[in-house]
Ligand binder design. Structure first.
Ligand code: EPZ
Length: 429
């Protein structure tokens, strides 16, 4: 098995370049199925989730060629499959976007139930399916496959009972070619929703209001290929911002949109870190002991749940008690057990974590329970005395491009190493 091995206790100094946004790319790549044409997409991150999505498109008949490491040419003119088996979707949560895209293009989709990050709990897709039904699709499930079929989709007014990134994206994909007007109310407002809408509009769609909670989609009959550059990854940037503050370092994080980072910047400033914004870069540094603050995750523009584990590590090091509440996911504190092994003092009470600050973290063998939990373990390892070994790094590889070279270049001692399989935290526990 592969692990990350970190020798902690070094502040990070220098510059880090952020890659393209995973959660925008996993929506934009399936959106290419909505036209039989050629696309050139830039700023595509080289990470497992994206490679899985590209592989799925290839299996369906698309031609995928890399022009550079981050620029991909996708030719969807010869798509010959509208069914996506479990073998391909089991490692990728966002494979459910193939339902929306196939339904939008062919009024017919058959996609295996998605796998991916679970946080140990259930991740429902009822809101996605409710949206498809409102557009006229008949949904059924059989043998782990979701089938969606319609004689022809028709625009509708859809109110989401809960703000959902995935449902907003999926229903947008399905509605973009539907007859008439679709209005999505209580829609998610994340930067990747706006990015997808911009991409679809460049393909010839007519979408207004993305970035607000009401999105209006006027169906069009034809879409075409385009060239597009994906936005920078808000969460990758935020992770390095927190790493700068937690290690008492000074990082300039480049290729970012500072506006997308505002909720993270605001909380870092509340802790006493200095955050300087530039046109497409952000500098974060700490000049002394930081103090804790309370965090409550919310849909955008609130504090992102995908930054909750990383920020909790910082709060464990800050002075004072902090309360972290996750109001988006019910089960996102599993990683706390691993942090406790390193010396953090955190108690879970319902949807909140009570973080007793001023922890002195010590290196330990730990596990990356999921993608952002893994990012939190890296930050903890960077701040800990001694050596931290992180296993299950497959989760980290799903979402962070070049994490080892990027961190090494700013002074971290971190490496990817091969270990025998019986050297696992789970087996030793
Ligand atoms: C997206 O997941 C992201 N994934 C997640 O990031 C992120 O944590 C989440 O949005 C919230 O920001 C991708 O973009 C691929 P939701 P998604 O639908 O779309 C409930 C990461 O680390 N809900 O906005 O699945 C759900 O249970 C990943 O990069 C329903 O009840 O999240 C949750 O409580 C992890 N029914 C809340 O809504 C539904 O049909 C928000 O989920 C759908 C969701």
């Amino acid at each position: 098995m592969e692990k990350f091995v970190i020798k902690g206790g070094k502040a990070l100094f220098g510059e880090i370049n952020v890659s393209g946004a995973k959660n925008a790319a996993v929506a934009i790549l399936p959106a290419t199925l909505l036209a039989k044409d050629v696309f050139v997409i830039e700023n595509v991150p080289d990470i497992r989730d994206i490679n899985s999505m590209l592989q799925i498109l290839e299996e369906m008949g698309a031609k995928v060629n890399y022009i550079t490491r981050s620029t991909v040419r996708i030719d969807t003119r010869h798509i010959d499959s509208k069914a996506v088996p479990y073998e391909l979707t089991k490692n990728l949560r966002a494979s459910y976007y193939l339902i929306g895209a196939l339904l939008g293009m062919y009024s017919n989709a058959k996609v295996a139930m998605p796998g991916g990050c679970n946080f140990g709990g259930v991740r429902p897709i009822d809101l996605h399916l409710k949206g498809f039904s409102a557009l006229g699709a008949v949904i059924s499930t059989e043998g782990g496959m979701i089938m969606a079929k319609a004689p022809g989709l028709v625009g509708a007014s859809i109110y989401f009972d809960k703000v959902s990134v995935g449902a907003t994206i999926n229903v947008m994909l399905a509605a973009v070619k539907a007859r008439g007007v679709t209005v999505l109310e209580n829609a998610a407002r994340e930067p990747h929703i706006v990015d997808l809408a911009n991409f679809l509009n460049l393909m010839g769609a007519n979408i207004k209001g993305a970035g607000t909670d009401v999105i209006k989609i006027e169906g069009v009959s034809d879409l075409h290929g385009c060239d597009y550059s994906i936005i920078p990854d808000q969460i990758e940037a935020g992770t390095y911002m927190v790493a700068a503050a937690a290690t008492q370092g000074d990082l300039t994080i480049k290729n970012v949109i500072p506006k997308h980072l505002e909720p993270i910047s605001a909380k870092l400033r509340e802790c006493g870190a200095i955050v300087e914004e530039y046109d497409d870069a952000i500098r974060v540094y700490a000049t002394g002991r930081l103090h804790g603050c309370n965090i409550k995750t919310m849909p955008h523009p609130g504090f992102p749940t995908d930054m909750q584990p990383q920020f909790t590590v910082l709060l464990a090091l800050c002075e004072g008690i902090s309360i972290v509440t996750d109001s988006v996911w019910d089960n996102r504190f599993r990683y706390v057990d691993q942090l406790t092994r390193m010396g953090a003092q955190i108690q879970i009470e319902g949807k909140a974590a009570i973080v007793q600050g001023s922890a002195v973290l010590k290196g330990a063998p730990v596990r990356a329970d999921d993608l952002r939990a893994g990012a939190a373990m890296i930050i903890a390892g960077l701040c800990a005395k001694g050596t931290t070994e992180i296993e299950d790094i497959i989760h980290i590889d799903r979402g962070y491009e070049d994490v080892i070279p990027k961190l090494t270049a700013v002074g971290a001692t971190i490496a990817r190493r091969e270990f025998p399989d019986d050297n696992s935290v789970a087996k030793r526990a």
